[in-house]
Design a protein around this ligand. Sequence first.
Ligand SMILES: Nc1ncnc2c1ncn2[C@@H]1O[C@H](COP(=O)(O)OP(=O)(O)OP(=O)(O)O)[C@@H](O)[C@H]1O
Ligand SMILES: [Mg+2]
Length: 373
Amino acid sequence: MVEELNPFIYDDPLAPDELIDRDEQTRLLLALAEGGHNTRLSAPRRYGKTSIILRLLAEADRAGLHTVHVDFYRCVTRAEAARRIEEAYLARLAGPLRRTVSALTRSWHTRLNVGAGGVGVQAERVRELDNQRLADLLDLPKRIFAKSAIRTLVAFDEFQDFLRIGAGLDGLLRSKIQLHREEASYVFAGSEPGMLDELFNGRGRPLFDQARPIPVGPLDDSDLAEYIGARFDGADRDPGVALELLLDLARGHPQRAMLLAHHLWEHTPRGQVADEETYQSALDAVDRETRERFERTWLDLGSAPAQRRVLAALANSPHSLYSKATLLAFDLDKSTVQQAARALAYAGDVVRVDGRFTTVDPLFERWLQRTQR
Ligand SMILES: Nc1ncnc2c1ncn2[C@@H]1O[C@H](COP(=O)(O)OP(=O)(O)OP(=O)(O)O)[C@@H](O)[C@H]1O
Ligand SMILES: [Mg+2]
C-alpha cells in the first residue's frame, strides 16, 4: 500500500498558495511596498510570518518587482550576515543583475583575502572591512535600480538576529534604507516581538518609525474549519466532532491548529470519521511531541519564579489575572504580576488581547494545566 502524504504541514513555512486567509495582509503589504513604504510583520511566534513573506514576494515578483528574502536566523557575525545577503540576492536574480551582485561578491572576497593574508592585520581593520562589505551589500538595491530601473522588495526575516550581531547595525541599516526611497522597500519580520517593538518604537533609536507595523492575528475558526475539512474530504476522511474540539483548543493559533490537524489526520483511517477517541489519541501524540520543548521553556524560567506563577495563573485560574482570588491563589501581588507579565510579553510568551494577558501558545497552556493541577 502506498503511504498517503499527510496534507498538514506544521514545521515549515507554507507554499504561497497553501495559506489560509492572509489575503488582506498580503494586499496591504504589496501596496505599501509598491508605494515605497517599509513594513514589519508584528505577530507572535509561529503565526505564519515567513509564510506571508514568501507569498508577498511571489506576488511582488508577479507585479514586476525584484524580490529578495534574507533569513538571519542564528546569524552571529557580520561576515555571516554578509554571506546571507549575498546568497539571497544570488538566489533570486538572473542575467546581468545577478552578474552585478556576483561581481561585488568577488571583489569583496578578493579584498578580504588580501586583508586576511597581510601581516599584522588588526582585528579592527577586519571589523572595518566587514562593516564596509555589509554596507555595500545593503546598498545593492541601488546598483540593481541603476541597471534595471526596478524597485527591489527586500524581506529581512529573523531580523532580531541581525540586530544582535553588534551595536550599531540598526544605525548602519537606517543610514542605507533612508536613501532607498526609490530603489527599495523593506519588510521586516522576527520572532522576538519585544525587542523589535523596542527598536522600531523607541524614540531616539535609529529605526524609530522606519517601518509600519502590520498586525498578523490568529486565524478565523471558520477558515480553519474549511481548510481542514477540505483536506480531510480530499483524502476520504471526516474530521467529525474532533474538528470542533481541535478548533476550541487551537484558538486560531496557525501552527498549533496545523499540528493538531496533522495528528488528527494521522489517527483517522481512510473512510472513517474521527470521534472523541480519535481526537484523544491525536492529542496524546501532540503531547508526546511537544512535552520536551515545554519542559525546557519551564526550566529556562527557573530564575524567574514570578513569570512561572503568572503563566500558571493564566492557565489555571478561573478568575482574571489581577483579581484578588488569583493573586492569592498564586502567591502574587499586583506589581509583581505587572513586571512578570511585561517580561513574558517582551519574550512573546503572552500577548495582550483587549487589555487582558493571554498565553500565546494554547498547547503550552494545556501543558501548564496538566502539570500544575
Ligand atoms: N496562513 C496560514 N495557514 C495555514 N497554516 C499556517 C498559516 N500560517 C502559518 N501556518 C502554520 O504555521 C507554521 C509556521 O509558519 P511560519 O514558519 O510561516 O511561521 P513564522 O511566524 O514565520 O514562525 P517563526 O516565528 O518560527 O519564524 C506553518 O508550517 C503552518 O503549519
Ligand atoms: Mg519565520
